[in-house]
Design a protein around this ligand. Structure first.
Ligand code: MN
Length: 255
């Protein structure tokens, strides 16, 4: 099993190291991740500038590749043959915050896994639902264990084609987990606020700030699974077509 591991928080992120170390129990792991944090960058293809690639050492001394491209670039480059290797699986994470509901459209973690699917390889995204405002070092042990269980299942069952497997793990000890639940995307409640400040010359600048998003606790969703202490596993497809709306639109008269 040849596994490509990436993330969107940058090659030095502790969640990336935890994931790489855990997945080495299942096969050969190659790490290829951005040289900086690209969280909430969405799906990116860098086209207006060249990309550079460097080999670096992770904190445990193992080798990793890094580039100045986006997370999805860091998946595309090796899948397009940069390392002269074929990969069976791409696993992205472990992101320090949950990626549920509409988050998946912002998420560099999830869109890196989507890039794998576009290149014909199964993509798995793994995120940890850490407590809001958590300070200090996060414990990635449970989320790394959950990631390995999902990857083991994907290897055993054969990966579904054209699907991203979006995994979100509650911030619990392994023995406190209620189990694994197959879910659908729930609804986030975003609490974004426009923050206007003035620079030292009196000119305004802007932040999209506000409180962290919450969610609607509806049965069967990623959000409610996390609330109840389950690992949430949501299969995502890249076909975003609203089929019922398409049927309604066909009844419109355009002439
Ligand atoms: Mn991130």
């Amino acid at each position: 099993m040849n596994i490509l591991v990436t993330n969107d928080d940058g090659v030095t992120a502790p969640g990336l190291l935890a994931l790489a170390q855990e997945l080495r129990k299942l096969g050969k792991v190659t790490v290829f991740a951005p040289d900086k944090n690209w969280s909430a960058s969405g799906h990116v293809k860098t086209m207006e500038r060249p990309l550079r690639v460097k080999e670096v050492a992770l904190a445990d001394g193992t080798s990793a590749f890094t580039s100045d491209g986006a997370p999805s670039d860091c998946v595309a480059l090796p899948l397009l043959g940069l390392l002269n290797e074929k990969f069976d699986l791409v696993v992205s994470g472990i992101n320090p915050n949950a990626n549920i509901g509409h988050d998946v459209t912002y998420s560099g973690t999830v869109t890196a896994a989507m890039e794998a699917v576009i290149n014909g390889v199964t993509g798995i995204a793994v995120s940890l639902d850490s407590p809001e405002g958590f300070k200090g070092l996060l414990d990635y042990a449970t989320s790394a264990f959950a990631a390995r269980r999902v990857v083991e299942k994907v290897i055993a069952a054969g990966a579904p084609k054209d699907v991203v497997i979006n995994v979100n793990v509650p911030y619990l000890k392994e023995n406190e987990l209620k189990g694994f639940m197959i879910t659908r995307q729930g609804l986030r409640v975003y609490r974004d606020e426009l923050i206007v400040r003035a620079d030292p010359r009196g000119k305004p600048y802007y932040w999209i700030g506000g409180e962290a998003p919450t969610g609607i606790d509806e049965a069967g969703t990623d959000f409610s699974a996390l609330q109840a202490g389950y690992v949430s596993i949501t299969p995502l497809q890249l076909d975003l077509t609203a089929y019922t709306t398409a049927d309604a639109l066909r009844k419109w008269e355009f002439q």
